[in-house]
Design a protein around this ligand. Structure first.
Ligand SMILES: [Zn+2]
Length: 61
């Protein structure tokens, strides 16, 4: 899956706060995403995130 910093993604599972919308903050060997509702940041392997994404809702570029 292709995404860039600043893109918003929708995950299959909701975060504990009830939101399923996240913003990509950093991309590398690990990807950092930030929950749009509660602001919690989560890091995970790109491979792992690919499996959790339902859709990419906004492209930054
Ligand atoms: Zn949250």
């Amino acid at each position: 899956m292709k995404y860039d910093v600043g893109d918003k993604i929708i995950t299959k599972k909701q975060h504990v706060c009830g939101s399923d919308s996240w913003t990509i903050e950093r991309i590398g060997a690990e990807v950092r995403i930030k929950c749009d509702k509660c602001g919690r940041e989560v890091m995970m392997l790109k491979m792992e995130l690919d499996r959790k994404i339902k859709s990419i809702v906004e492209k930054n570029r």
